[in-house]
Design a protein around this ligand. Structure first.
Ligand SMILES: *[C@@H]1O[C@H](CO)[C@@H](O)[C@H](O)[C@H]1NC(C)=O
Ligand SMILES: *[C@@H]1O[C@H](CO)[C@@H](O)[C@H](O)[C@H]1NC(C)=O
Ligand SMILES: *[C@@H]1O[C@H](CO)[C@@H](O)[C@H](O)[C@H]1NC(C)=O
Ligand SMILES: *[C@@H]1O[C@H](CO)[C@@H](O)[C@H](O)[C@H]1NC(C)=O
Ligand SMILES: *[C@@H]1O[C@H](CO)[C@@H](O)[C@H](O)[C@H]1NC(C)=O
Ligand SMILES: *[C@@H]1O[C@H](CO)[C@@H](O)[C@H](O)[C@H]1NC(C)=O
Length: 420
């Protein structure tokens, strides 16, 4: 009884004390908050004032932690301390120092217009900057403006596009529905394209490509990254200098835009030139049963293009373990797409090529091969699936054609392919 009383008494004594203590705590907290708020306000005002004169140096570094390094200039010495990890300048001195200050801010009637501006095909971004920018993706898929989707025609060439006059005819009258990108050898002199050509000024910053080596998939990814900078590009077609279109622009545009599937050829092949090129060091990321082969000439959509330029995992695996006689351009995309994006892939390509003669290179076609019959066979000579239906238009492009075939192509094209 007494014990209970004692306890009760202790309780009654303790309660007001606690209340007082709580009140004190509350006051401390309250003033603490006011203090923090005041300090924050002060810092804010100071910062705003400083920003008028001072420029930030952002260093865009590798996509590691932290994504940005904040590099305060000497004017900042009197401002509040910033976590040392952030202010530590990177040890890589090769990065572009981008300064964003008031002078570089452009105030327009519509800021979105500024944002959507497309850089020139030839720009000064380095690869790291280019790929980072290209990988941007809006989480809201429907744009708040009317966008006419374009097809990006990406030419991976040694020199000039051999059948350029045919392509000129193909593109004529379809301005606004396509964009062109060319990745030639860096030594290529682009003055072959005059001002009036659709290929004029469409060269991107390129690097040397060696047949069958990893530089080939690097160039493909580089083309994709450059084409992704234009938000209106929704389909991406890889072409060589010896490719020709088999249909007119409107047919090809409609076929690509309406397709529910992407076109990355992928098949499983036994033997030395198929599974034989697999390296067990790629396991467990890539299993032998997942190894695929296919033509490098793809036709894909924006979503897959974004995934390809953002991929580091599979790309580095191929860089490390796929060297000739493993040709990464025949395996990288077919394998990665079959593992990760197979649901929306057709496993076929829209680019016709003749491997019937065997050997490491497909057949070339000269003047004498070019007849109406031959072209009609390429256009309608096979069956395939398109959006769940069986159709007989399975190829929109063909290779490899030499400049000797040009005069006949130019003669047949208007009537046969209904170029206008
Ligand atoms: C800051 O760097 C130190 C070592 O330099 C590290 O221990 C700490 O975790 C880093 N802090 C953050 C937030 O990255
Ligand atoms: C960028 O700035 C840092 C520090 O100010 C400097 O060390 C580096 O050389 C600069 N890099 C370039 C490419 O100018
Ligand atoms: C630094 O930049 C130069 C010229 O832009 C380039 O040649 C060099 O490979 C770069 N080095 C590194 C380590 O990125
Ligand atoms: C490219 O070719 C043009 C004309 O053939 C020539 O005048 C020019 O010097 C060349 N440019 C380069 C960089 O070789
Ligand atoms: C393109 O070709 C198709 C037939 O293949 C034809 O119906 C269409 O009118 C042509 N388009 C133009 C713009 O000429
Ligand atoms: C494409 O290949 C993948 C596996 O490699 C398979 O799962 C898929 O069903 C194939 N798609 C079509 C349309 O044949």
């Amino acid at each position: 009884m007494t014990m209970k009383n004692n306890k009760h008494q202790q309780g009654t004594i303790a309660l007001p004390y606690l209340k007082f203590f709580n009140a004190q705590l509350y006051f401390i907290n309250f003033f603490g908050h006011i203090l923090v708020f005041g300090l924050g306000l002060l810092i804010g005002i100071t910062l705003t004032f400083c920003l008028k004169n001072v420029s930030f140096n952002f260093q865009f570094q590798q996509f590691q932690d932290p994504p940005f390094s904040f590099n305060p200039s000497s004017h900042f010495s009197h401002s509040p301390p910033i976590s040392s990890n952030l202010s530590n300048p990177s040890n890589d001195h090769n990065q572009t120092n981008i300064s964003i200050n008031e002078k570089s801010l452009v105030i327009t009637s519509n800021g979105l217009e500024e944002f959507l501006k497309i850089p020139m095909a030839m720009h000064d971004m380095n690869e790291e900057e280019l790929f980072w920018r290209a990988s941007m993706i809006p989480m809201i898929h429907k744009p708040p403006f009317k966008q006419i989707p374009k097809v990006a025609f990406m030419f991976l060439t040694k020199g000039h596009v051999l059948l350029a006059p045919l392509w000129e005819k193909f593109f004529k009258g379809n301005e606004g529905l396509y964009s062109i990108y060319i990745h030639p050898n860096p030594s290529f002199n682009e003055t072959v394209y005059d001002q009036s050509s659709v290929f004029h000024g469409r060269r991107i910053p390129s690097k040397e490509v060696k047949w069958g080596e990893n530089s080939m998939i690097e160039a493909e990814r580089r083309l994709l990254a450059n084409a992704l900078l234009d938000f209106s590009n929704q389909r991406f077609v890889l072409l060589s200098e010896s490719c020709i279109p088999l249909f007119n622009f409107s047919t090809i545009y409609t076929y690509l835009m309406n397709s529910e599937k992407t076109f990355v050829e992928a098949y499983d092949l036994e033997g030395a030139v198929g599974r034989g090129r697999y390296n067990y060091k790629m396991s467990p990321l890539i299993k032998l049963s997942q190894w695929r082969k296919g033509s490098q000439w793809f036709q894909i959509d924006r979503s897959l293009a974004l995934h390809i330029v953002s991929d580091k995992l599979y790309f580095s695996m191929f860089k490390n373990y796929c060297d000739p006689p493993c040709y990464s351009d025949e395996h990288y995309m077919p394998t990665m797409v079959s593992i990760k994006f197979w649901k929306r892939n057709s496993n076929r390509t829209l680019t016709w090529v003749d491997w019937s003669k065997g050997g490491p290179h497909p057949s070339k076609f000269f003047r004498q091969h070019l007849t109406i019959d031959f072209l009609e066979r390429l256009r309608f000579g096979s069956t395939c699936e398109y959006n769940g239906k069986t159709i007989n238009v399975c190829h929109l492009f063909a290779r490899k054609f030499t400049p000797h075939a040009l005069d006949r192509l130019l003669r047949f094209a208007p009537k046969l392919m209904q170029f206008n």
